[in-house]
Design a protein. Structure first.
Length: 367
């Protein structure tokens, strides 16, 4: 099954935009499971390339290599009134990515979103509306990857959301556009490759100079790949796709040599596609991005990726929501909700546990 076939199948009428987008994610996951990897030198008829795929210019400075954001405004236990007072059947509107297998994937069997981010959002809903069924108080909307989602925070947007809950890296550059919550998960960017003879086809990012490495458009992952210079001075060939799940399909079909994004996402891909594997060798012997890695195995992170929820800037209601979410994140530490969600969805992710926020900021973006 090609990705274009999957997209055509998902686009059939019925259920509106939310159902169509969620169906797309489900069908793409089926496509991942169904596709057979094609060696790069195969004489087979070339498979279809997903819409929006293109090579981009390499070189430049990684978007988040040296400036990340881990602290937000001081927590507040007061729920934002504008959200709390929404009527029955309404509530928190959260932007999610249904293809994030560990974080917010769409379960076609149960017909609901599941994952690490979803468990944290459910904790937020329980705190706003105690005693109510939290899923009845959250509306999930599918958003583009990376900073492409930020426009859906804007007042007047037809699909406006209250917060973005994708696997989003909190960078200084992005903090000029949105407010971030406190860091709720520490990760790092690495690479996924085909498994050949039981081993990764490429041992590490250092072997991917001159190779096609795919990431989603408008993400820090794509910028970091474009800027990464291997030890021998060569650059990977960055390939941009609309969604990182497209990259996985292309990897298995031999159209790219690697997929690169945060390890928490790539772990989910290895579960869906057992003919793929994470690289195992550290980059350049440089551990500057591994301070949040737990050391269970060699650290292959070549960027720092603190994860945070995003909210609209210059909006009092959004500021109140950000402070309340920070309060809920702290409460999940004592309640064990964060640890339980991590055990269920990210048991193999090598972070050091729930991040401890630094001193709260008093202005935005942080100085």
């Amino acid at each position: 099954m090609t990705t274009q076939q999957a997209r055509r199948s998902a686009a059939r009428p019925g259920g509106g935009p939310m159902a169509t987008r969620a169906a797309l994610a489900g069908v793409l996951l089926l496509a991942v499971a169904a596709c057979t990897a094609v060696p790069p030198d195969s004489a087979a008829v070339p498979t279809a390339v997903p819409p929006g795929v293109q090579r981009i210019a390499a070189g430049g400075e990684p978007a988040n290599a040296f400036c990340t954001v881990r602290s937000s405004f001081a927590p507040s236990g007061t729920p934002p009134r504008v959200i709390r007072d929404r009527g029955p059947g309404q509530g928190l509107v959260a932007g999610v990515d249904p293809s994030d297998a560990t974080m917010s994937h769409w379960n076609a069997e149960s017909q609901q979103f599941e994952g690490f981010n979803i468990d944290l959002l459910l904790a937020v809903a329980r705190a706003i509306w105690p005693g109510e069924e939290p899923r009845k108080r959250i509306t999930f909307k599918v958003v583009p990857p990376g900073q492409g989602a930020f426009e859906m925070l804007a007042p007047g947007h037809p699909d406006r959301v209250d917060l973005i809950a994708t696997s989003l890296t909190a960078s200084c550059e992005r903090a000029k556009q949105v407010i971030f919550s406190n860091d709720y998960l520490d990760s790092g960017q690495t690479a996924l490759v085909r498994r050949v003879g039981g081993r990764p086809e490429y041992a590490g990012i250092e072997q991917l100079g001159g190779r096609r490495v795919c990431a989603a458009a408008r993400t820090t992952s794509l910028a970091s790949i474009a800027a990464y210079r291997t030890t021998d001075g060569t650059l990977p060939v960055p390939v941009q796709a609309a969604h990182v799940i497209d990259c996985l399909v292309m990897l298995r079909q031999g159209q790219v040599d690697a997929v690169s994004t945060d390890e928490n996402i790539l772990l989910g891909f290895t579960r869906m596609a057992p003919d793929t594997a994470l690289v195992t060798e550290p980059p350049r012997g440089d551990a500057q991005f591994c301070r949040y890695h737990d050391g269970r195995w060699p650290c292959t992170w070549f960027t720092d990726e603190p994860h945070a929820f995003a909210f609209a800037r210059d909006n009092q209601d959004s500021l109140e929501l950000a402070r309340f979410v920070n309060h809920v994140l702290e409460s999940t530490r004592a309640s064990g909700v964060w640890s339980a969600a991590h055990r269920q969805w990210l048991a193999d992710h090598p972070d050091r546990g729930q991040p401890v926020p630094g001193p709260p900021v008093t202005s935005w973006p942080p100085g």
